[in-house]
Ligand binder design. Structure first.
Ligand code: PLP
Length: 956
């Protein structure tokens, strides 16, 4: 393995336009002689970093994989029986290889363009249906970030939704048997928002006082299964809403929360085939009762229909989300956990209702066997009603039991000096049960004696009756189902995805390889530190590299999405002001062009959003900024700016903006989601930022997964160090840390090897060259397309940064053809559309990234120019806009191969607008989707199959 298989530097593969002839072609179009000359002009001197990045020299793919092997070998795998929200599981190999490790699934983007996303939308609808069935509630979303933050979202939902005059401002009551990390996260959120949280044993009844909502857990962290009916009824009587955090596997045997009267159910789908991943990424879920769907956070897949009346999936009720509602959004969550939700849904498709129930029965049976052996040996169980988890009292001997188990290769949960927890899962064998019993000083296990679930909590209702969960039982059938769905979609494995602000770049195979190695994937987040040295070394190394890249003093990779990094950074700012006695500093200035998550996160951090206007050239309006600073100078907390701005331009005055904020006692938050324009060239920590978040699922190559996973590290200057994310699993809040942001200490640790590998493969020089190439590509697109679609904003020398906004508003006014028409027409050319209507309505924002070859970029430009000619055909009267190939795009095979073709343009133009499509043609499975119809008539579970066979039925 020491022999290099390929002498080519990895950067030459990561960067698309690498041949000098291609670079020269691009430079010529822009009018420059050299890339450095272009960069000199594009990037303002005032922000340029003075020294090259000090990172380890680039490694080859072979070397990086060898280094990862070394790190992996420093982790110690064990039989993981710690539980506490994380359980070992078997990822069926057909799902691991064909979804988790399949680029058709992991390189897809969030399904905002539904016509090219029907496959992943169906898989996510299956996820929703699965959650709805198991929880007994009618509406579920398509995933949240982790269980603890999902409970926090549920608490906030209850605070929004409770309209009872007396109860709505009451306290939130958490049952003491909730996961400790959940309690820590909810308390952290509540502190910033200023509402009261009480933790109490709800099995003893409700506390006094007005109560907004209560949260129960089924089974509790102790393992106890408890009949919630009475406490739920009491809560309702008192005007409180009810959330139950529930284990999906347990719900195959236990009465679902919906049937007990809960308003909300939340939890994790991790144990449905998603590896432990040292804490994440895992898909959390949330389901609500009827009438609450409009307050539900996260994305919801719904069923609508296309322009031929064919049922089609799309994201529903998007007006709740931050893109539109900003500071009034139901949540700041944008990137969630789509890929993991898809894995979990396929696990249910694979096992079906009987299979899931059989797994649950085995788990419960094994737990009963162990309980019997322990009880026989005189060990005391804290609860004799349980599903999979036993809490065992061993006065003064807990550490000894843990050590005895570890000596047998088994991790148990150390609760305190007198108490040990054991969680059984799908992988537990009788041999393991005996070894655990012996560690407790009991004899080997025999048969289960007692411990049946009481009839009052036994589930009697059916679940997962839809055919999708009952037909794909053979592997052949399931493989074809997975393939059929992915074939309906366009992901990066088929086309460039030129989405401005999203940075859809190469997710190299070598970067992806390590994530499913057991020494990384099978580690429990609460495994003892001496078993996780490799993981922690990798994480510290990545944090150090990101510190160097950003120019800050420290980085925490805990936040598991950009939105969570924003919250972490804003809470750090809040903590800093509070530490100086500046409690009144609560105003957050946000430019009008900012990403919607910024405003939504500011609200969650307890801040008041004040919007700063945008000037005609796309930069911050300095007069308005000065006025807003002056008006708020005593209460100014911070400004949140995106750099380069969401307009894709480097604002040369950014240092002045930062100085003005600092002079007024405020802090500067630099949204670093656009770091692809900065790496190696400029450092937010050096040009005025106090804190930033980065999106590793953009700049640092973690694939988008169809809408997650993500990692949103928070990077900050030294003075904010004491307020960086703490550990939710620490019993007491650690001095010198801020509140926890994610359930586990390292958030979505499982995908960090991807970014680690990317940085090592590129080295400082490679990363810098990637940034320069991204600038070259964006400026090439801008200069080639400007005469067809004017580029809205440019900076120094008429140049853009890493993306450009194409302005269609004048064309729309003249011809009626909209930016959306262009986006949909691009599908007929086999392209995923650029970002539509953000940050400016009526525009498309194009970000080619450094990973695309000149040939692919030219194919895109050719498509855009061809489309421009079609717009001229509308202007020239060849057809009306309604009858144009633009408004009728995208064209399905069924539409084109139709004996009743009656359009004003030929079929060839519809399907093959450019010649080479005749060989390589993607036909979308559905035509243009009517979004509004789906929102009027919300259907968000698997529709009966007849709906797809008889479209007439669907119409009513
Ligand atoms: C993508 C993005 C975000 C949000 O990141 P998520 O991971 O989706 O939460 C925030 N700001 C900007 C500028 C972005 O492009």
């Amino acid at each position: 393995m020491t022999v290099q298989s390929t002498p080519t530097a990895f950067a030459d593969r990561h960067i698309g336009a690498r041949r000098q002839a291609d670079v020269d072609t691009m430079l010529k179009a822009i009018g420059y002689d050299s890339v450095d000359g272009l960069v000199e002009v594009a990037v303002p001197d005032s922000i340029r970093q003075e020294t090259a990045l000090k990172l380890q020299d680039a490694l080859t793919e072979v070397q990086v994989l060898a280094e990862l092997r070394k790190l992996a070998s420093k982790n110690k795998t064990a039989v993981q029986m710690i539980g506490q929200g994380y359980y070992d599981t078997v990822t069926p190999p057909v799902i691991r290889r064909n979804i988790l490790e399949a680029p058709a699934w992991y390189t897809a983007y969030t399904p905002y363009q539904p016509e090219i996303s029907q496959g992943r939308l169906e898989a996510l609808l299956n996820f929703q249906t699965m959650v709805q069935d198991l929880t007994g509630l009618p509406v579920a979303n398509a995933s949240l970030l982790d269980e603890a933050t999902a409970v926090a979202e549920a608490v906030l939902l209850m605070r929004r939704a409770n309209k009872s005059k007396t109860a709505k401002d009451g306290k939130t009551v958490l049952d003491a048997d909730l996961l400790p990390q959940t309690i820590a996260i909810v308390k952290g959120r509540a502190e910033a928002l200023g509402f009261e949280v009480e933790v109490t044993d709800l099995s003893a009844g409700l506390p006094d006082g007005e109560i907004n909502g209560i949260v129960l857990q089924q089974p509790g962290v102790s393992g106890r299964v408890f009949d919630h009916t009475a406490v739920i009824a009491d809560a309702k009587e008192r005007g409180a809403l009810v959330t139950v955090a529930a284990d999906l596997l347990a719900l195959t045997l236990i009465t679902p929360p919906g049937e007990q009267g809960a308003d909300v159910a939340v939890g994790t789908a991790q144990r449905f085939g998603v590896p432990l991943f040292f804490g994440g990424p895992h898909a959390a879920y949330m389901a609500v009762r009827e009438g609450m769907e409009r307050t539900l956070p996260g994305r919801i897949v719904g069923v609508s229909k296309d322009n031929a009346g064919v049922p089609a999936y799309r994201l529903a009720l998007q007006t709740r989300e931050q893109h539109i509602r900003r500071e009034k959004a139901t949540s700041n969550i944008c990137t969630a956990q789509a890929l993991l939700a898809i894995v979990a849904s396929m696990y249910a498709v694979y096992h079906g209702p009987e299979g899931l129930k059989a797994i649950a029965e085995t788990v419960h049976g094994h737990a009963r066997v162990l309980a019997s052996a322990l009880q026989k040996a005189g060990r005391e169980l804290v609860s004799e009603t349980f599903f999979d988890t036993l809490t065992v009292r061993v006065p003064g001997k807990a550490e000894k039991v843990i050590a005895a188990a570890e000596a047998r290769g088994i991790n148990l949960r150390l609760i305190d000096a007198d108490t040990v927890g054991v969680s059984v899962d799908e992988t537990t064998t009788p041999e393991v049960l005996s070894a655990v019993a012996v560690a407790f000083g009991a004899g080997p296990v025999g048969h289960a004696a007692g411990f049946e679930l009481p009839a009052s909590v036994v589930r009697t209702s059916d679940f997962l009756q839809h055919p999708v969960f009952n037909t794909h039982r053979s592997e052949t059938q399931l493989l074809r189902y997975i393939r059929k769905l992915s074939d309906r979609d366009l992901a990066l494995d088929r086309t460039m995805i030129p989405l401005g602000s999203c940075t859809m770049k190469l997710n190299a195979t070598a970067e992806m390889e390590a994530i499913s190695w057991p020494e990384f994937a099978s580690i429990h987040p609460f495994a003892p530190d001496h078993q996780t040295a490799g993981w922690r070394e990798l994480i510290e190394d990545l944090e150090a590299d990101l510190t160097e890249i950003t120019g800050y003093d420290q980085v925490s990779i805990q936040p598991n999405a950009g939105s969570q990094g924003e919250l972490a950074g804003l809470l750090a700012i809040r903590g800093y002001h509070h530490s100086r006695g500046d409690q009144q500093r609560t105003v957050c200035l946000i430019p009008a062009s900012a990403h919607g998550t910024n405003a939504a996160s500011a609200v969650l951090a307890g801040m008041k959003v004040v919007v700063v206007a945008t000037a005609a050239d796309g930069t911050i309006d300095h007069a308005d900024l000065t006025a807003k600073i002056e008006a708020n100078k005593d209460v100014l907390s911070c400004i949140m700016i995106t750099y380069p701005s969401t307009h894709g331009v480097y604002d040369a005055d950014v240092r002045d903006v930062c100085d003005a904020i600092h002079a007024a006692g405020g802090q500067v938050y630099v949204d670093g989601a656009n770091l692809n324009a900065l790496v190696g060239l400029a450092q937010p920590g050096k040009f005025g930022g106090d804190v930033s978040h980065l999106n590793l699922h953009k700049t640092f190559c973690i694939p988008h997964g169809g809408g997650g996973p993500g990692v949103g590290p928070v990077a900050a200057k030294a003075h904010l160090a004491p307020f960086m994310p703490g550990d939710a699993n620490k019993a007491v809040h650690e001095e010198g840390h801020g509140v926890a942001i994610s359930a586990s200490r390292y958030g979505s640790a499982g995908v960090l090897p991807i970014s680690w590998a990317y940085v090592k493969l590129m080295g400082g020089q490679g990363l810098t060259e990637a940034t320069k190439s991204a600038l070259l590509a964006a400026n090439y697109v801008a200069s080639r397309l400007d005469e067809h679609f004017p580029v809205l904003y440019t900076g120094e020398g008429g140049l853009v940064a890493h993306e450009c906004i194409l302005d269609l508003r004048e064309l729309t006014a003249r011809t009626g053809v909209t930016a959306e028409d262009v986006a949909k027409r691009l599908i007929d050319f086999g392209f995923h559309a650029p970002t539509l209507a953000f940050p400016v309505a009526g525009t498309l924002m194009v970000e080619p990234t450094e990973s695309e070859d000149l040939a692919e970029i030219d194919r895109f430009i050719e498509a855009m120019i061809t489309i421009r000619a079609e717009i001229e055909q509308v202007a020239g009267g060849d057809f009306t806009v309604e009858k144009s190939p633009l408004r009728n795009a995208p064209h399905t095979a069924a539409a084109v191969v139709n004996s009743d073709w009656d359009r004003d343009y030929p079929r060839e133009q519809a399907a093959f607008p450019v010649h080479h499509l005749k060989q390589d043609k993607y036909f979308p499975p559905v035509g243009r989707i009517d979004g509004a119809a789906g929102d009027r008539n919300l259907v968000c579970s698997c529709p009966p199959l007849e709906a797809f066979e008889n479209t007439a039925d669907f119409e009513n």
